[in-house]
Write a protein of this length. Sequence first.
Length: 180
Amino acid sequence: MFKRLQKKTRKVHRYVSLIVSVQLLLWTISGLYFSFTKIENVRGEQYLVEQPSVETKIQTDFISSDEAFNAVRNQTTLLPNEIELIENQKAGSEYRGRDLPLYKVVTEDESGKEINAYLDPYSGELLALRSTQWRIWDWMWGVHIMDWVERDHIDNIFLKVFSILALVTSLSGMILFIRK
C-alpha cells in the first residue's frame, strides 16, 4: 500500500511541478529583468531638468495647452508634440492610481522615442513619464505578480495559490528525493 501511495504521490508531484515550473520560470525571468534594469531609467529620471523649488499657488482653472507644453519643456529635456485631457480612469492604464483630470502630453526624446508626460492640469506639475521601457517594466510586473490586467494587486488569489503550490512542490520534491 505504501509503495502505491508513493507512486501516486510522485505522479501528482510531477504534474503539479510541471505547471508550477512555468510560473517559476516567469518569476525568474521577470526578477532577472528587474535586477538588471535601473528603476531611475524606467521612471524617466534621465529626462528631468533640475528645478529650483518654487511655491505654487492653487489654481482653479486648467492651464492652457501652450502652458502645458512650456511646463514639459521647463521640467524635462523632451519635446512636446500633442496634448490630451484625460478625465476617466481606465484599468491598466499608464496613469492608473493618479487623481484625474490629467494632461497627457505626447513627447519625443532626442532620438525620436515617444514618451508620454502626465501633468497636473491646474499647476502644470509633472506627475509621471511613461516610455516603452516603463511599459515593458509594467508588463513584467504584471507577469511577476500574476495580475495581468491592472498590474496593481499583489494580493491576488493566483499569486497566493501558485506561491503555496511552489512551496509545497519544492518541499515534497525534497522529501521524495530523500526517501527514494
